[in-house]
Design a protein around this ligand. Structure first.
Ligand SMILES: [Mg+2]
Length: 234
């Protein structure tokens, strides 16, 4: 068993972490982002795609680049890219049970919007198990992996990083949490459609790890089922 008995705050990334990357929900968002850039900046598909990935690498998220360089309204952008078919996300009662068993507070911490987190959380049947959703707006539009984003999260919710665990599919998004003293868990997948993502910025593959990763798993439910916690949830 993995001993996480020191953890009292459980912090989960949303996309490709709380649902398996293999269901390709994020692939839909990825396509919508390119479509938004194509329309908004009147570019052809290839140019739009290149710019999307350029901003993702340079600014942490595509949206952050669009806001900085093109004054794009974040709400307009997110409404467009999150207009997707949630039918590909199956309900996950095993994950719901595993989350229920965790003592302490549970958070969704996403570079997306509260509405997207609510939609996905509802589809999974786990939304009611979270105490708070910390989205990009709450982060003052400073995305993960920027350190100030995590600092704002910790401060906003009075979370002690040494008693917190962070779950993420992106290795880079665990660097700051590790530096801040959090326990880091990398959620890996084997989604072939992610192959064209910039090499060091794509969701972690099965077997991948990094010096700032304490634990890695390719099954978040199984991982949570096998952690030793402080005490059963009340
Ligand atoms: Mg993610």
């Amino acid at each position: 068993m993995t001993d996480l008995s020191h953890v009292e705050s459980w912090i989960f990334d949303l996309d490709n972490t709380l649902y398996a990357a293999e269901c390709q929900l994020f692939a839909q968002i990825d396509v919508r982002m390119a479509a938004f850039i194509r329309e908004h900046l009147s570019l052809d598909h290839d140019e739009a795609r290149r710019l999307q990935k350029h901003y993702y690498v340079k600014y942490g998220t595509t949206m952050s680049g669009l806001m900085t360089e093109h004054n794009v309204c974040p709400d307009t952008f997110m409404e467009f890219v999150h207009d997707i078919d949630l039918g590909v996300v199956p309900e996950n009662p095993s994950l719901a049970l595993a989350l229920t068993a965790l003592p302490g507070r549970k958070f969704i911490y996403t570079n997306g919007s509260v509405r997207h987190a609510e939609n996905v959380g509802q589809a999974l049947g786990i939304l009611h198990l979270f105490d708070e959703i910390f989205d990009i707006k709450a982060a003052g539009y400073a995305p993960k992996p920027m350190r100030e984003s995590y600092e704002l999260f910790l401060k906003s919710h009075g979370v002690d990083p040494t008693r917190a665990a962070m779950f993420e599919d992106l290795t880079q998004n665990l660097e700051a949490p590790h530096a801040l003293g959090m326990t880091t868990v990398l959620v890996c997948s084997d989604a072939a459609w992610l192959a064209d993502e910039p090499h060091d910025k794509r969701p972690a593959r099965i077997g991948e790890t990094a010096p700032h990763v304490h634990f890695a798993t390719n099954d978040i439910t199984a991982f949570l089922q096998n952690v030793r916690t402080a005490a059963p949830a009340a």
